[in-house]
Design a protein around this ligand. Structure first.
Ligand SMILES: C[S@@+](CC[C@H](N)C(=O)[O-])C[C@H]1O[C@@H](n2cnc3c(N)ncnc32)[C@H](O)[C@@H]1O
Length: 254
């Protein structure tokens, strides 16, 4: 039997790592690294820092997979994600076949938590469905939304109300019905701008929990343009950006 641990490592600060995640990494023989794009170097450096700081002398092997890229602006978004996940599954299976011996355990250090806008659970499920010598476990981590609300010192929901967690792509279609708080991730196009003039507050954060962290909060009408220009400049400076935000109807009781 080969075991894969999907270990949530938190979304930025190495200190977000949980005791359970440290224990999981300490029982791993192999660490899989699967990041891509311009952020890869920084995010993998953080993963290695976590191992150096918390594994107490345990030295697992590292294996870096060549992460496939999704076709940008594909006409059929869902089909392009499905195809990407099939390609990622092939990379995972190759690493498991070639780098992991029977009886060994590998860990994938998942950014934030594996349940939130991350495909690793779906990929591990697909692998488990196709082979009998493979098992996987999930270890939760601190999500980027928890990091964001903690840094802004705000609750995620207003009293007794629902929150919608969504993407910039979906928010661009309009405000979700029935909620007064919307948490937005994966927004490459500043979708918050279309809600100026509607009495919303925004709590925005980029690279939250890291040394590059930027936080801006207050009335959206006053801050939308400042956030857009700050975001563009940070993206230019670093070559990549990782930001998320909470929009709340002003007057909603926190
Ligand atoms: C593919 S999702 C992964 C989310 C991750 N699994 C989690 O638990 O937060 C990546 C998105 O998460 C958000 N994100 C992740 N880390 C962040 C951070 N440190 N600061 C701000 N946003 C972050 C951004 O919206 C980014 O586009």
């Amino acid at each position: 039997m080969k075991t894969l641990l999907l270990v949530g490592i938190g979304a930025g600060d190495p200190d977000y790592i949980t005791v359970q995640a440290i224990k999981a990494l300490r029982r791993s023989d192999l660490i899989l690294l699967m990041d891509k794009g311009p952020a890869k170097h920084k995010l993998n450096a953080l993963r290695r820092e976590i191992c150096a700081r918390f594994l107490d002398g345990h030295t697992p092997r590292f294996a870096e997979g060549l992460q496939p890229e999704r076709e940008r602006d594909a006409a059929d978004y869902r089909a392009s994600v499905d195809e990407l996940n099939r390609d990622k599954q092939a990379v995972f299976e190759q690493l498991i076949d070639q780098q992991l011996a029977d009886g060994e355990t590998a860990a994938l250090m998942v950014w934030g938590d594996p349940s939130l806008y991350d495909s690793s659970i779906r990929i591990a499920e697909a692998i488990a469905a196709s082979r009998s010598d493979f098992a996987f476990e999930v270890i939760p981590g601190i999500t980027s939304l928890q990091a964001l609300t903690a840094r802004h010192r705000i609750p995620l929901n207003s009293i007794g109300r629902a929150v919608e967690i969504t993407t910039g792509r979906l928010l661009a279609d309009g405000w979700p019905p029935g909620v007064d708080s919307v948490a937005v991730m994966l927004d490459a196009k500043d979708s918050y701008r279309r809600f100026v003039g509607q009495g919303l507050a925004i709590y925005w954060g980029a690279y939250v929990g890291t040394s590059d962290e930027i936080l801006i909060a207050g009335p959206l009408d006053e801050l939308a343009e400042r956030i857009a220009s700050t975001r563009a400049a940070a993206r230019e400076r670093n070559g990549w950006i990782m930001d998320s935000y909470l929009l709340r109807k002003e007057g909603a009781q926190e």
